[in-house]
Design a protein around this ligand. Structure first.
Ligand code: HEM
Ligand SMILES: *[C@@H]1O[C@H](CO)[C@@H](O)[C@H](O)[C@H]1NC(C)=O
Ligand SMILES: *[C@@H]1O[C@H](CO)[C@@H](O)[C@H](O)[C@H]1NC(C)=O
Length: 528
């Protein structure tokens, strides 16, 4: 044995000793000295982030249900990992998700969803407020009322597919149908009518969008825990990353993950669909002669609302906001719609009750009902609320940080700066709040029901200063789409059961068992 070997051995043992000492002191710190040391929860989860990684990455999005189990064992407040507290108590919701009187920031670790420059991904309270102020006026209830004709128009194209399905006896997949509808509405509103994707105008619907949106969501499970995976994807050619992770191929249609990191190139040579339109939009703006009819999209307003910052930054921000709208703002409502239709069609008496209400309100099935009139229908309204509850399509917990305030909860004091979260999925499925939570029961929300509610409404959109900006848009789509479909058509489910809607994975959004994501119907005929 030579001297060199000895040296290597001792070097290795020094490194090992150092690593072991570091790990041991980190674990001691987390279990004994950390300000969260006394909070209830599994010691292993408090000691290492691998606990969560195991459930999310190796068991494929199951940490949410482990959180549910922790609450059953440890009570309403739990330390779910070394850094974070999770609370399950609906009464405390508006304290965490507070309005503008309280400062709340988001937790950056949770925002790595591929749109770093978006309003959604702006973590810090003040920065976020400025960004949100530019976007919010474009999505208010009043703004949505202005988009009603566009939404009606897209809905009429959707109906063409349903009419076609009557003649051809074809199977209609609802998630894809509603996603195409949502993509058409949002792209029309964002970019203006000339640059609408017009997915519904083609003869057969394009499934690439569904795969392209679901895929990147499923990937968050991995990239949140291993951020370098994202960098690896970027530097490897698509055929290689696609081999390792088939999701990359699906997502590439919408977002070029293997594209260049250089942001100037990113803006100038976009290939995937959203980026292409974005560039064309600027090209059109710049080459526009003064008196040509101006582009009507809200992208223009968004840019105007954020005047005063450097142009390149302004474009990057707008691009990421637009991507967020085109992806998050289309996926969630289309899933909600498809799942709601599934539940209505599964229960004849529910379906008949809805159709009776619609028949009375709309004697002529081909009259486009105005939103205002539909909002007054109690059973339809209850159906939409119950659909939002039972689908709970944003499954992710949403951590908030109170930067300066100590949050107190039942004798516990959570120090400033600690991420605290709740999961609306767990609230919506809590049998204490909603007896028999897996049953679709619109009656829960009827004005005369006494169960209606320990709180005032489902909270799929979260609450407070960082809540979703899309509720008015979502409600509008749900009212118009459900009323139109159920007034005009007799439909039945086709080879679709509970498994095809049941949430089995928390990938930020709700996902079924792999391969089960389809909700299929047949359209039997038109109603009179
Ligand atoms: C069923 C439909 C929808 C659900 C369940 C939903 C849910 C959510 C949730 C949970 C958030 C995160 C809020 C937080 O961090 O506390 C969010 C953010 C957001 N959503 Fe939605 N959303 C839906 C539809 C839409 C639509 C249709 C749009 C617009 C077209 C939209 C635009 C936004 C925007 C802009 C944000 C970021 C808000 C901010 O960071 O200030 N959403 N949404
Ligand atoms: C992604 O970007 C790279 C580099 O610009 C380009 O070569 C590639 O074709 C793009 N991929 C897609 C799917 O557009
Ligand atoms: C079917 O729908 C009716 C009317 O909404 C409701 O009262 C009933 O509980 C539902 N049945 C099941 C099994 O969900």
């Amino acid at each position: 044995m030579g001297i060199v070997d000895m040296n290597y051995l001792s070097l290795a043992s020094i490194i090992l000793t150092f690593c072991a000492a570091y790990t041991i002191s980190l674990v001691i710190y987390r279990l004994v000295l950390s300000p969260l040391a006394n909070f209830p929860g599994p010691k292993l989860a408090a000691a290492t982030t691998w606990y969560e990684t195991f459930y999310d990455v190796f068991l494929n999005g199951r940490f949410l249900w482990e959180i549910e189990r922790m609450h059953q064992e440890y009570g309403p407040v739990v330390r779910i990992n070394p850094h974070e507290i999770h609370i399950h108590d609906v009464k405390y919701y508006t304290t965490i998700y507070a309005g503008p009187t309280k400062k709340r920031s988001k937790y950056p670790w949770f925002l790595s969803v591929g749109v770093p420059h978006s309003t959604f991904s702006t973590a810090e309270y003040h920065g976020h407020r400025t960004r949100r102020a530019a976007l919010a006026p474009l999505l208010t209830k009043q703004a949505v009322r202005g988009y009603e004709p566009v939404i009606q128009e897209k809905l009429s194209y959707l109906c063409r597919h349903l009419d076609q399905a009557i003649c051809s006896d074809a199977v209609v997949e609802l998630h894809m149908c509603f996603l195409s509808f949502a993509v058409d509405v949002v792209s029309h509103i964002v970019f203006g009518s000339f640059m609408c994707f017009d997915l519904l105008k083609s003869q057969s619907l394009d499934s690439r969008w569904k795969a392209g949106i679901k895929g990147p969501f499923a990937r968050f499970l991995l990239t949140r825990h291993f951020p370098f995976a994202m960098t690896l994807y970027r530097f490897s050619p698509l055929w290689l990353s696609g081999l390792v992770d088939p999701v990359c191929k699906d997502g590439a249609f919408i977002e070029n993950v293997s594209g260049p990191l250089n942001l100037d190139v990113y803006l100038e040579a976009p290939t995937p669909e959203i980026e292409k339109r974005f560039t064309r939009f600027f090209h059109d703006c710049e080459s526009e002669v003064n008196d040509r009819p101006s582009n009507t999209g809200i992208l223009r307003d968004l840019l105007e609302n954020s005047a005063g910052i450097p142009e390149r930054q302004r474009r990057l921000r707008a691009l990421d906001d637009v991507k967020f709208l085109m992806i998050a703002g289309t996926d969630a409502p289309s899933q909600v719609l498809a799942i709601t239709v599934f539940h209505i069609l599964r229960n004849d008496s529910c379906c008949h009750k809805l159709q009776k209400e619609l028949d009375d309100a709309l004697p002529n099935p081909y009259y486009n009902p105005p939103l205002k009139m539909l909002e007054a229908l109690p059973f339809l309204s209850a159906i939409i609320r119950e659909g939002l509850r039972i689908s709970s399509v944003v499954t992710s917990r949403l951590p908030r940080i109170a930067p300066t305030e100590v949050l107190t909860y039942e004798g516990w004091s959570i120090p400033p700066g600690i991420p605290v979260s709740m999961s609306t999925y767990l609230i919506h499925n809590d049998p204490v709040i909603f007896p028999e939570p897996s049953k679709f029961q619109p009656e829960r929300w009827m004005p005369d029901s006494n169960g209606a509610c320990l709180y005032n409404g489902p909270m799929p959109f979260s609450k407070g200063s960082q809540a979703c900006l899309g509720p008015s848009m979502t409600y509008c789509w749900c009212y118009l789409a459900l009323a139109t479909m159920f007034r005009r058509y007799d439909m039945i489910l086709f080879e679709t059961s509970e498994e095809n809607v049941k949430t089995m994975r928390d990938c930020f959004n709700a996902q079924t068992k792999p391969g089960y994501d389809r909700i299929q119907i047949k359209v039997l005929g038109r109603r009179k």
